[in-house]
Design a protein around this ligand. Sequence first.
Ligand SMILES: Nc1ncnc2c1ncn2[C@@H]1O[C@H](COP(=O)(O)OP(=O)(O)OP(=O)(O)O)[C@@H](O)[C@H]1O
Ligand SMILES: [Mg+2]
Length: 334
Amino acid sequence: MIIAANRGLVACEWRYLELQLVTQIFVSVERATVHDEQIIDVDFVEQEKQDHPVDRKEQSNPNPLSLPRGTPSDKGRARIVTVTNQKGGVGKTTTVINIAAQLGLRGHRVLVIDADAQGNCATGLGVDKRLVKATTRDLILAPERAVESRHQTAVEGVHMIVGDRSLVGLDNELLRQLGRERRLIEAIEPLLPYYDLILIDTPPSLGIVTINALVASHGLIVPVQTEYFALEGLAMLAGTIREVRNLFSANLGVDGILLTMHNSRIHLNVQVANELREAYGNLIVDPPIRRNVRLAEAPAHGVPIHLHDPESHGGRDYLSVVLELEKRWGIDSR
Ligand SMILES: Nc1ncnc2c1ncn2[C@@H]1O[C@H](COP(=O)(O)OP(=O)(O)OP(=O)(O)O)[C@@H](O)[C@H]1O
Ligand SMILES: [Mg+2]
């Protein structure tokens, strides 16, 4: 129902835009007829409407919600996965922390890059921000500092590059720089042989740092809260992926949609989960992550859930999700 409503909404928006366009053309033609009949040739406008390449493109991609899949990464080099959703508070950072930690506990070599100025990954992975000398900002501005930007976390085998408030304002600083969307991929390129996975946490906005993360990625994990407007975020993401694919990287796609903060006793949560399954099939990663206070309190102890309370619902759900992702990524536990 919600999907139908969303689709209806998108269709309505298109019709509205179309209507506006047609009205504008009529008004222009009328004005032109009054002032100078030669200004607008109606036949030409009609012809232009038929020939316009954007119109053709929109017709060939009628579903604004459709998401392409992630692409394989090279053997012996890290897969780069960005955890993203432009909606705030959906569990992106919690997902990065706990997936990275569980992968580390299972023997994988993982690098977390925090691209969010809120810098919450460091707290959740037990990195003392006061001791940090180089951050994600340094990585982007001075790629030669990539090696020294890494820090050990509370989990062996999991390293991280810390994000902090210095990321605020980076958009403006990069504004005049050529190739600014590829800074991150160029900076981490030399690190790829040393990791199995590089996980990037992003802010709930589409600034230049988020674009850098998307351009660098083989795949995306999209945490979605099973609440109303879930599809709104996914529609926004679908548009962003299309733009990034067109402009920068032909292969960006989704590795998995993760249902978060789920409560199977709440009808709305179940209904939205069903709608998402219907729309995205096996792009959904099972099981959904249940709402669990242990996940929320773990960062206060500076450890991920698997060191805080592995038997909690949150601990067990994230473990199951990691097992599923290992299969999708074709990486076995070491
Ligand atoms: N499964 C869960 N159960 C209970 N609380 C959760 C769960 N997942 C996340 N939280 C809590 O919800 C809040 C938002 O989570 P989180 O910070 O991971 O979201 P986010 O998408 O990274 O937010 P932002 O968009 O601000 O970066 C946090 O307080 C977190 O501890
Ligand atoms: Mg976050």
